[in-house]
Design a protein around this ligand. Structure first.
Ligand code: HEM
Length: 468
């Protein structure tokens, strides 16, 4: 004990810490380079070489890569009280301000409570009709045309989220302006050096300037809609209407700035992730005809060609499993990070305060200890009963703990509805020679999209078209 105290006094607490295994190097240069080259491969190699907890120095910070479900549960749930989001939050704040995804502490707690009022099961169900109607109008590709599955799903989910958020309060032209600006925002976070190196906003690089212009365009649309709502005082049944009416325990409501931050957060967090899920699902269905056949058999027997409703989503278990399995293989959120404010212990190793803790859905979802034959697309893994045997955090596409995705059930309902409508009417023939090149940034995007030829299923018109 005395020796320990002496060592601590002479060399600091760090000298006594039980360190986790990991690649040691000068200033983390090697780790940073490996991460920059191919973060997906690097994270899996770390787990294979060093185990379930790995310590690495990167970008001047101490990182811990945590890859066992039991430890992930500890980070996200048990120790949630001493965790902040990871350092990337600061660069996201440039666009999202202090919305739910990017706030901390008391502000986050208050906002989560207010936002929860828009995500109750009853409210989510009420969005289904809009989701189905917008999708019905939005998916009409000519027979034989070549489309990029991801770009198309991104367009549809953007239209859906805009309609659910703003109802009739947003016109087609405004959706176009916001969609274009969102693409700039997505591109900035997906592959700009400015985002990776956290270059401050005031540095006048072309990407920085482009981002500022895009955010201003989105802001102009959002503030206009908010002002119009306040002016008219009319009640609206959409998501923004719920947020405008939401009040705290002390009776206070959100300011315009908070409403703007939350609306842009829902746009960004809500459309890209769902679009990726659907895009990868369509790609996988193109590669696994037997899964496509089973999916279509379920859709035909439950829906018989009509538009799906919220109630139908409970009667489509295989459709849900297909989406769940696609998110296992290609989790749109491929990492969930935290920064610990206090030291914590995991597997006997000490993780000091201020460390970045990285859990990766990409790594854990492909771990053969939990998913035998992990590269195979097998929706039966998520059959009722079978999925329950998994450790809780072996599968966590929506994160977990108090900061679990607030849009989890919204997203699953939306994805089931869109997939049901799209697959009742089409088959997609993937173009040959398209190796999937993944571009992991905030989300896991396909670097060059996925192109496919559209084939119509006979006798399945759009409902909107049938009524025209
Ligand atoms: C397949 C679709 C989606 C996936 C995979 C996904 C995934 C995630 C993940 C992993 C987190 C972080 C959780 C954590 O740090 O523990 C998150 C947070 C969040 N998501 Fe989603 N999400 C999806 C769809 C949506 C939708 C549709 C919305 C809104 C309409 C949404 C809104 C949010 C918000 C606001 C947060 C921040 C929650 C907080 O910090 O309190 N997400 N999501």
């Amino acid at each position: 004990m005395k020796v320990k105290a002496l060592v601590e006094r002479a060399f600091g607490r760090e000298a006594l810490r039980v360190k986790a295994p990991g690649a040691r190097g000068r200033f983390g240069l090697r780790s940073t380079a490996s991460y920059a080259r191919n973060p997906l491969r690097w994270l899996r190699t770390l787990r294979d070489e060093y185990g379930d907890i790995v310590e690495a120095e990167m970008l001047g910070r101490k990182w811990f890569v945590v890859s066992h479900p039991d430890d992930i549960e500890k980070v996200l749930v048990k120790h949630a009280k001493v965790m902040n989001r990871d350092a990337y939050i600061h660069i996201l704040q440039r666009t999202l301000g202090l919305g739910l995804l990017t706030s901390e502490g008391e502000l986050w707690k208050r906002q989560r409570k207010l936002m929860a009022q828009a995500f109750t099961p009853r409210r989510i169900q009420s969005y289904a009709e809009t989701m189905s109607a917008v999708t019905d109008r939005g998916v009409h590709w000519a027979e034989g045309s070549v489309i990029d599955l991801h770009a198309e799903m991104s367009r549809v989910t953007m239209e859906v989220v805009a309609a659910v958020l703003f109802g009739a309060g947003i016109g087609a032209e405004e959706v176009r302006v916001v969609s274009e600006a969102m693409e700039v925002v997505n591109g900035f976070y997906a592959n700009s050096l400015e985002a990776i190196l956290e270059v401050p906003e005031w540095v006048p690089t072309p990407r920085n300037r482009e981002l500022s212009v895009a955010v201003k365009r989105i802001d102009a649309v959002l503030y206009d809609i908010i002002a119009e709502r306040r002016r008219s005082g009319a009640k609206h049944d959409d998501l923004l209407g719920t947020l405008l009416a939401a009040v705290d325990d002390d009776g206070s409501a959100m300011t315009d700035q908070q409403l703007r931050d939350e609306a842009i957060t829902l746009f960004l967090a809500g459309h890209e992730t769902t679009a990726l899920t659907l895009g990868y699902t369509l790609m996988l269905l193109g590669k696994y005809p037997e899964v496509e056949q089973r999916l279509k058999a379920e859709l035909d027997s439950v829906l018989g060609g009509r538009l799906p409703t919220a109630d139908d989503t409970r009667a489509l278990p295989y459709t849900r499993q297909v989406l769940e399995e696609a998110m296992r293989l290609y989790p749109p959120a491929w990492t969930t990070g935290r920064e610990s404010r206090e030291p914590i212990e995991l597997r006997g190793f000490t993780i000091p305060a201020g460390s970045q803790i990285l859990t990766s859905q990409w790594v854990v979802h492909r771990d053969p200890r939990f998913f035998p034959d992990p590269e195979a697309f097998d929706p039966d893994r998520f059959e009722k009963g079978r999925a329950k045997q998994l450790p809780k955090y072996a599968y966590f596409p929506f994160g977990g703990g108090p900061r679990v995705c607030i849009g989890n059930h919204f997203a699953m309902m939306e994805a089931i509805l869109i997939l049901a409508i799209v697959m009742q009417r089409h088959h997609f023939e993937l173009l040959p020679d398209q190796p999937l090149d993944l571009a992991p940034s905030v989300t896991l995007r396909p670097a060059k999209g996925v192109r496919a030829v559209v084939k119509h299923r006979p006798g399945r018109p759009r409902v909107a078209e049938a009524a025209e």
